[in-house]
Design a protein around this ligand. Structure first.
Ligand code: SF4
Length: 177
């Protein structure tokens, strides 16, 4: 039976009620402690904690944490964004749950691409043709797996190939929102 959400709470920060953003906590219908190392292996968490098993991801500047019994996301724009991210991560959790027998669990934090290493390959002209204010911002989105080198129109083919080669050894979230 698929893992589902038993209750969702979407609320403004109690510490800063004037903050426009919302936080979301989605309670799972069961304990998924055993599945968390599989989620880590498949999605390459930014942080992996063994006890209690917890993984954290950075997505568009927000932190998404999967606990054994709930998913928490901070700094969301609104309820609609909260729903989209929760539905996407729940789909991923259920995919991993189904494919568990073919996945080798990972009990440690996987290496992540280094922002300054990615930046080394980019032209560093801050031309904004990718739609972002600086190459540094674009590099941070590549590091999170949100953008790919193809979206920098100024990148030469040899540099693109070298950057793709560097990125090929890391796990990225395949975010489909
Ligand atoms: S298109 Fe490329 S060179 Fe221009 S700002 Fe974006 S990342 Fe930098």
């Amino acid at each position: 039976m698929e893992i589902s959400i038993s209750k969702r709470e979407i609320f403004r920060s109690k510490c800063n009620p004037f903050n426009e953003g919302v936080h979301c906590i989605a309670y799972l219908d069961r304990d998924i402690s055993e599945l968390i190392p599989y989620i880590n292996a498949e999605l390459g968490a930014d942080t992996y904690i063994q006890e209690p098993p917890t993984v954290t991801f950075k997505i568009y500047g927000k932190l998404l944490t999967i606990h054994p019994d709930k998913i928490a996301i901070n700094a969301l724009k609104d309820k609609e964004e909260a729903e989209k991210i929760i539905n996407w991560i729940l789909k991923e959790i259920n995919r991993i749950y189904k494919e568990k027998d073919q996945i080798t669990p990972c009990y440690e934090q996987l290496p992540k691409p280094q922002l300054f290493q990615i930046l080394k390959y980019l032209p560093k002209t801050n031309c904004q043709k990718c739609g972002y204010p600086t190459c540094m911002v674009f590099a941070s989105l590549i590091a999170e797996g949100i953008k790919t080198p193809d979206e920098c129109t100024e990148l030469s083919e040899p540099q693109k190939k070298a950057l793709n080669q560097y990125l090929s050894s890391f796990k990225f979230l395949n975010i489909d929102l």
